[in-house]
Ligand binder design. Structure first.
Ligand SMILES: Cc1ncc(C[n+]2csc(CCOP(=O)(O)OP(=O)(O)O)c2C)c(N)n1
Ligand SMILES: CC(=O)[C@@H](O)[C@H](O)COP(=O)(O)O
Ligand SMILES: [Mg+2]
Length: 630
């Protein structure tokens, strides 16, 4: 039996001898590399958190003490130590989630994978402990340097610092990167602190040797210690944290388990809010990850563990790649176009634009709210910003889009990648709310391209709008083949037409291919279906009113929640147009979706040709809007 196999709970890690810990760390790394190479997931962040997490569970008493993981993508080691070894099922439906999960363990708290939240949770939990007379319990938020660039983290630090007697031990896992190197003033400050690591090693050497010197040792050490305090304040500008009222311990070598344990025990003894600043390396212990300049195997996809060679994803160009290439072309034609990313330059496809136009590309850190209002500023200054974020993360910046961009009718284009069901990364990563929450933004236009060809066309249309914000949204993965239109009426593309005038099927964005296939299946039952793509789903083209009036039933299918989505907007359009045709809406149900593959989830919720055909046919027979067919 390996050491790791003997670990079922944190107590099992506590009882290990220090000289057993390197073996445990090695076994953990081997398992992580193997599991992620075949399942996908986050490797770099977890390889960098091995010693930190072991030390956390040796010093604190989870779940009595609450260990919180910010973003949660780096909690694999925590899962192993708390007895979850089934990593062969990682991110699979019914298997281990890639993030903390309360259903899996009472050691887990935060299930939301949106960054920069852990410190706010910690502030609240610590207040609750105090109110309930459990002030002796510790709250230990584990937050990365990237997540620390999020505004919420600083709002929380401000409040945590005020709770002088609340036991909050903030562990900063500083590997200098989000995906790419972390940006901004804070990042350079942390870098300053990191750079003085050599200073710490020098001091540790002094600590270990000087006191042993005969006679003068003790006195010399005290003198040096006094000098150290002075030098430290000059060399280690951690004053920023201490000026906030937070004690600061560090910087510590985050791969030196004993040093981390020592620092955490020191922090525990403070009895109040304290930051323990640990320096780690993303991908530590696996050369292909350590040497991956782009993202240190942040989320490498599938790869050969022996060589680190990443396996091609297949399926043709992704939506992201098509967007990326078109933006570079637009950048050449439009010197006013600038690009903004929230610490996801490569994942959102802005890297190519940055390569050609570095001076017109801004990485603002994990700060979507700032990204959008900074874009408003750029637009006020005469530029046309393109803000590229994952759809789910736009939730963060709703007020900025509403009140800083739309209120001023500013020409900002927001490109939402990973819109719709994403699947593997669990409930908080699905981009399933954008077409509902954005319905209420006056003057904002939404494009939902149905394929790569339409993406390039509609992106051009979007950056051509200069009297208000535009949004272009598309899903994760390969764009697949283009879905041809047989005609365009107004702004609406007709994809397939039936003379029987039974059903008008409005297909939103990437659901077009599915809708055309469903129409064929329904047609086999003698029910005529006309499939249309509205292209711009806000505002809807009034041509839809006339098209609806020619049919007995309108069905709308979208990769967004049904509630408040495009389907509801179509129903409202027809009501306002006084066309009394029944409308049935098909989309994502109003619930959080457990992790699984995108295709599995789409099947589960009926967003497949078979599912749609079944449900639309049932809708017709139930509503008996037609003479029952033979
Ligand atoms: C609000 C938000 N924006 C973007 C992301 C995408 N994202 C996931 S992990 C990550 C980088 C996190 O960096 P850091 O906190 O330093 O952790 P590390 O991966 O370096 O351990 C980003 C940007 C997110 N999860 N949440
Ligand atoms: C944790 C996080 O928010 C991202 O790393 C997420 O895993 C993105 O995954 P994809 O880029 O594979 O959609
Ligand atoms: Mg980091």
């Amino acid at each position: 039996m390996t050491l790791l196999e003997s670990i079922e709970r944190p107590e099992d890690v506590k009882r290990l001898e220090p000289d057993q810990l390197p073996q445990l760390a090695g076994e953990i790394r081997d398992l992580l590399i193997s599991a992620v190479s075949t399942n996908g997931g986050h490797l770099g962040p977890n390889l960098g958190a091995v010693e930190l997490t072991i030390a956390l569970h040796r010093v604190f008493d989870s779940p009595r003490d609450r260990i919180l993981f910010d973003t949660g993508h780096q909690a694999y080691v925590h899962k192993l130590i708390t007895g979850r070894h089934g990593f062969e099922t990682l991110r699979q439906r019914g298997g281990l989630s890639g993030y903390p999960s309360q259903a899996e363990s009472d050691h887990d708290v935060i299930e939301n994978s949106h960054a920069s939240t852990a410190l706010s949770y910690a502030d609240g939990i610590a207040k609750a402990f105090q109110l309930r007379g459990e002030g002796d319990r510790f709250v230990v938020p584990f937050i990365g340097d990237g997540a620390l660039t999020g505004g919420m983290a600083w709002e929380a630090l401000n409040n945590i610092a005020a709770g002088k007697d609340r036991r909050v031990v903030i562990v900063v896992n500083d590997n200098g990167r989000s995906y790419s190197p972390t940006i901004g003033g804070l990042a350079s400050h942390l870098a300053d602190l990191r750079m003085t690591r050599g200073y710490e090693h020098a001091l540790d050497l002094i600590k270990r040797t000087v006191p042993k010197a005969p006679v003068v040792g003790g006195m010399a050490y005290d003198a040096l210690h006094g000098i150290k305090k002075g030098i430290k304040d000059i060399l280690q500008p951690q004053a920023m944290f201490e000026d906030l009222g937070l004690k600061y311990v560090g910087p510590i070598d985050g791969h030196d388990e004993a040093a981390v344990e020592h620092a955490l025990r020191k922090a525990k003894a403070f009895g109040g809010p304290v930051i323990v600043h640990c320096i780690t390396r993303k991908g530590y212990g696996y050369a292909p990850a350590e040497n991956d300049e782009e993202e240190c195997f942040h989320s490498p996809g599938l790869f050969d563990p022996a060589t680190g060679r990443k396996l091609a994803k297949g399926g043709g160009p992704s939506w992201t790649k098509i967007f990326s290439d078109e933006l570079v072309r637009l950048g050449a034609e439009r010197p006013d176009i600038v690009a903004i990313t929230a610490a996801m330059l490569h994942p959102t496809g802005l890297a190519s634009f940055a390569e050609v136009y570095p001076e017109r590309t801004y990485d603002v850190g994990i700060a979507e709210q700032h990204a959008v209002t900074s874009a408003a500023g750029l637009a006020f200054g005469g530029m046309h910003p393109v803000v590229a974020v994952y759809a789910t993360f736009l939730n963060r910046a709703f007020d900025q889009l509403l009140m800083d961009v739309a209120l001023h009718r500013l020409p900002v284009t927001v490109v939402l990648d990973r819109a719709g069901v994403t699947g593997d990364d669990g409930p908080s990563h699905n981009g399933m709310w954008d077409m509902s929450i954005l319905q209420v933004v006056p003057g904002l236009r939404i494009a939902a391209p149905r394929d790569g060809g339409q993406l390039t066309e509609q992106l051009r249309e979007a950056v051509g709008v200069n009297d208000g914000p535009t949004v272009v949204r598309f899903p994760k993965g390969p764009a697949g083949d283009d879905v041809p239109a047989i005609e365009r009426t107004g702004g609406v593309d007709v994809l397939s037409r039936s003379e029987d005038g039974d059903v008008l099927l409005v297909a939103v964005g990437s659901m077009a291919g599915t809708a055309v296939e469903a129409a064929k299946l329904i047609g086999a039952h003698g029910i005529g279906v006309t499939v249309v793509d509205p292209r711009w789903v806000k505002p809807l083209d009034e041509k839809l009113i006339g098209l609806a009036a020619e049919h007995r039933l309108v069905a709308v299918v979208e990769d967004n929640i049904r509630v408040g989505g495009v389907g509801d907007a179509v129903a409202r359009l027809l009501r306002d147009g006084e066309v009394d045709v029944p409308v049935r809406t098909f989309g994502i149900p109003q619930r959080f979706l457990d992790h699984a593959k995108r295709a599995q989830i789409l099947t589960d919720i009926g967003l497949t040709p078979q599912g749609l055909a079944r449900d639309i046919t049932a809708a017709i027979s139930r509503d008996s809007v037609l003479e029952p067919t033979e």
